[in-house]
Design a protein around this ligand. Structure first.
Ligand code: ATP
Ligand code: MG
Length: 451
């Protein structure tokens, strides 16, 4: 049973009071109402009022004019952040993204009509707790449907971002698209060219927060949107694999993404991109099976290209690329301690737990089912044992540094770097080598050999 009256949190009631005392209306709107109606937890609080922004600003002590051009301000009220937007009607959308002008209105019904989907166009009157639902969002919540308000083609043409919001909501809510809305997704996909890459990224990031992002990516694929915004993924469709894999590379990547922890954006991105290089390294072995030699190197390049294009930060891009590059390790119990040390040195001890999380996601992506942990547990124990011994694993741990080498006559430059790397290799093989005199001796002989 879906309720018609809502018990609102005290802070929200108090917030509403401030509006009523001035003879103004205030409604809870947007995702919070949708979630409350569906019985889920609201994620953020959006409000609509007939008070113009200047009046809202005058009503509270701490107000940030976050979207003042569109009538939105953020009020800091009792440790919470409330977005308040004056009821508005949007004038023409000549750029396919932002209304040319906004007109304020005194009518909540008009305001609800400009919103994107029926499930997002309900309001709760803060004074009475009563739900207003002119587009029958409740029925669509029951049916688990995302339906555009009015003609979906017109609504998508007004604002291309709505296409991505539709895809994102399928994943976030686990809802389907209503038939006409789904059709319009394909016919209007060119509208995405009006949406900035940052906004596209933001929607993808929100989608990656869903329990199963694969739902949204598959909706994007069906409408053609995936090949417009992430062609690097869509071309993985139909690339089949052998062995334990039940899926082609695209489905495997999407399910691997589902299998990564929902609150770990970077691991989810790494899972999404880790095998994209298979589309460009595909070849066939002598028995006719597909092979993807060194695909992780191509996947890393692709991940970097995509993340740069979508304006992810350099730090995020580097972190994802590092995981993608190192995802192909094959530990067995007969690895020597030196091999374990080389692995830690290569990956970096601070990245190992993320790489293991990626491996678990990768395994999930093979069957879309959680499987028994493989030998990761015994590998983790070996790694711990090596770390406990506190042996040299990085250049910084070496008993000599660049200055020491320069003192014995090796000039600064790339050669010095190469020699240091080789010293580290020697120490990873045999920790006993990590003595200043021994390393200087090796360095000198290497220098003579190369020089
Ligand atoms: P979330 O749970 O992610 O916050 P939300 O539905 O609240 O989802 P917001 O971006 O916070 O999404 O927007 C609040 C409300 O504003 C939406 O529910 C919708 O009514 C309206 N809205 C937001 N973006 C658009 C848009 N591009 N076109 C039309 N209406 C929109
Ligand atoms: Mg919201």
């Amino acid at each position: 049973m879906i309720r018609k009256n809502f018990a609102l949190p005290t802070n929200i009631r108090l917030f509403g009071e401030i509006f009523f005392q001035r003879g103004r209306e205030c409604y809870l709107v947007g995702g919070a109402v949708r979630n409350m109606v569906a019985g889920w937890k609201p994620s953020d609080w959006d409000f609509a009022t007939d008070a113009p922004p200047s009046e809202v600003i005058s009503m509270f002590r701490r107000v940030i004019p976050t979207g003042i051009k569109h009538g939105t301000v953020t009020v800091l009220f009792k440790q919470e952040k409330y977005e308040v937007t004056t009821f508005r009607i949007d004038a023409d959308y000549s750029d396919g993204r932002r209304p040319d002008a906004v007109t304020y209105t005194g009518d909540i019904y008009e305001d609800l009509s400009r919103r994107d989907f029926t499930i997002n166009a309900m309001a709760i009157n803060l004074n009475t707790g009563k739900l207003i639902d002119p587009h029958d969002g409740r029925a669509d919540i029951k049916r688990k449907l995302i339906r555009a308000i009015g003609d979906p083609q017109i609504r998508f043409a007004e604002d291309g971002l709505r296409l991505l919001r539709a895809c994102r909501f399928t994943a976030q809510l686990g809802f389907r698209l209503e038939e006409q809305t789904e059709k319009a997704l394909s016919t209007c996909r060119f509208q995405l060219s009006n949406v900035s890459l940052e906004r596209i990224r933001d929607e993808i990031v929100k989608m990656l927060d869903a329990e199963k992002p694969s739902i949204g990516f598959l909706v994007m694929e069906k409408s053609g949107i995936l090949s417009d915004i992430l062609p690097e993924l869509s071309r993985c469709r139909g690339i089949n694999q052998k062995g334990f894999h039940s899926f082609d590379v695209l489905d495997h990547s999407l399910y691997a993404c589902d299998g990564a922890p929902a609150d770990r954006l970077l691991i989810r991105l790494a899972a999404l991109f880790h095998d994209t290089g298979k589309a460009v390294t595909l070849s066939t072995d002598e028995d006719g099976f597909p092979t993807f030699h060194r695909h992780e190197i191509e996947s890393e390049k692709i991940a970097r290209e995509v993340m740069q294009r979508l304006r992810f930060s350099n730090a995020q891009t580097d972190a994802v690329c590092h995981l993608v590059k190192h995802h192909m390790f094959h530990y067995t119990d007969d690895w020597s301690d030196a091999a374990v040390r080389r692995f830690i040195s290569r990956v970096g001890r601070e990245h190992i737990s993320d790489l293991f999380a990626l491996r678990l996601a990768d395994q999930y992506g093979m069957t879309a089912r959680t499987m028994e942990a493989t030998n990761l547990t015994s590998f983790a124990k070996r790694i711990e044992a090596v770390l406990d011994k506190d042996m040299a694993l990085t250049l910084r741990d070496l008993a000599v540094n660049g200055k020491d080498l320069m003192k014995v006559g090796i000039p600064a430059g790339p050669l010095l770097g190469t020699i240091l790397d080789q010293l580290l290799e020697a120490v990873l093989d045999d920790p006993e080598m990590n003595k200043k005199e021994r390393l200087l001796a090796i360095a000198k002989s290497l220098h003579q050999q190369i020089d």
